[in-house]
Design a protein around this ligand. Structure first.
Ligand SMILES: Cc1ncc(COP(=O)(O)O)c(C=O)c1O
Length: 393
């Protein structure tokens, strides 16, 4: 036996072994063994990518664009992203040094963490939130420091809450608005408070704005446009949600040149570049896809209004989510934990939802219901939920 293998206690890295599997998976696995299930579980659009986007991608294949692109992404796409961000969200970025096209927003979060964290650096994560952040911080050698937001404040984070979690080891703050799973959004005032804190404590801010286009009540505001925040913000976004392009695996990140260069280094060694044919589709999405986007946003808004109204009628307290396509009603008064509620609802009424605790601190006592499904499905799911609640009232 070699000395190397003798010293090994496990074939697997400690870091990876310590990461729990995604809590969402268990419910999908269970639901997939059952028939007649209405899923409010998935976090992806029920629309197919607009035809013109698919056509642009097909055309790139027909023209033979099948090789690697530039590591940072094709320059036409980086320019289109910079133009789009300027027009839609008033943030301006240099396509040569501040824009990187990634394999989904997921990759952007991963390489962003790896680019800035040293062992033991702390990242404050505002929860309940997207399941990946905590694990990606840990895998990059950092320490996730979750803080809780609650229904009493519409799941809004305040500067005071963040301040309490800051220590000398805090390197960054992770925020996500509109939020997954609560759909919560924040306004300029709250962002100004957070920006001031970030400046006082020299924090970097990861701002996941992948649902920015799916804001229903107020126009989305990016923290990068406040004061000097652009220089300390890693703005993450992508095509998955707003353009119904989850399977294309295309995201992007906007960051100051030094941070972007470090991210690009990791990206070029691990991924080389995002899929070329997907990038040509994305150019079309940004340049000519706004009407399709508007159409999908209107449909989600209508569904949001329906589910929030119906939750109130059937007795599930729920704040009105300002964006994304999730509602996060409380099931606290049913006497079940969120895991018990979700499991019983699936087994007895065949409606799949995600128990809130998987989204971290403050998620227990809630369920995430995605309304990215047809009105027919939503109406049937609400009928079943009503029956379920009546049974256990
Ligand atoms: C908040 C948030 N960020 C990022 C992602 C990942 O997006 P992508 O498909 O672009 O990797 C998701 C997907 O659910 C999400 O909800």
């Amino acid at each position: 036996m070699s000395s190397i293998s003798m010293n090994r206690t496990s074939r697997l890295s400690d870091r990876v072994q310590e990461i729990p599997p995604s809590g969402i998976r268990r419910f999908f696995d269970l639901a997939s063994t059952m028939e007649n299930v209405i899923s409010l579980g998935v976090g992806e659009p029920d629309f197919v990518t607009p035809w013109k986007v698919r056509e642009a991608s097909i055309s790139s294949l027909e023209r033979g664009f099948t090789s690697y692109s530039a590591n940072a992404g094709v320059i036409e796409l980086r320019r289109a992203i910079a133009d789009y961000m300027e027009t839609r969200f008033s943030v301006s970025y240099d396509p040569d040094t501040e824009v990187l096209v990634t394999v989904g927003a997921s990759e952007a979060i991963d390489i962003g963490m790896r680019a800035i964290l040293n062992l033991g650096d702390e990242v404050i994560i505002v929860e309940p939130t997207f399941v990946s952040y905590r694990s990606l911080v840990s895998m990059a050698g950092g320490v996730p420091v979750p803080i809780r937001t609650g229904i009493e404040d519409n799941f809004k984070v305040t500067a005071e809450l963040i301040k309490e979690a800051i220590t000398p080891r805090t390197k960054a703050l992770m925020i996500c608005f509109p939020n997954n799973p609560t759909g919560s959004t924040v306004g300029r005032e709250e962002l100004e408070g957070i920006a001031k804190l970030a400046e006082e404590h020299n924090l970097l801010v990861f701002s996941d704005e992948i649902y920015a286009e799916l804001s229903y009540d107020e126009p989305h505001v990016s923290i990068a446009e406040i004061g000097d925040m652009k220089d300390r913000t890693i703005l993450i976004s992508g095509f998955s949600k707003s353009f119904a392009m989850t399977g294309w695996r295309l995201g992007f990140v906007l960051a100051p040149p030094d941070i972007l260069a470090a991210m690009l280094k990791i990206h070029q060694y691990t991924l080389m570049c995002a899929p070329t044919m997907a990038q040509y589709g994305a150019i079309e999405a940004l340049e000519n896809g706004m009407e399709d986007l508007q159409h999908m946003r209107d449909a989600y808004r209508q569904r949001r209004n329906y589910v929030v109204k119906t939750f109130a009628e059937i007795g599930l307290p729920c704040h009105s989510p300002g964006g994304a396509f999730y509602a996060f009603p409380s099931v606290g008064n049913t006497g079940f934990t969120s895991e018990e509620f979700a499991e019983k609802l699936l087994l007895e009424e065949r409606v799949a939802v995600v128990p809130g605790h998987v989204f971290g601190k403050g998620g227990e006592g809630y369920i995430r219901c995605s309304y990215a499904t047809s009105m027919d499905n939503l109406q049937e799911a609400m009928t079943r939920l009503d029956r379920f609640l009546t049974k256990y009232a």
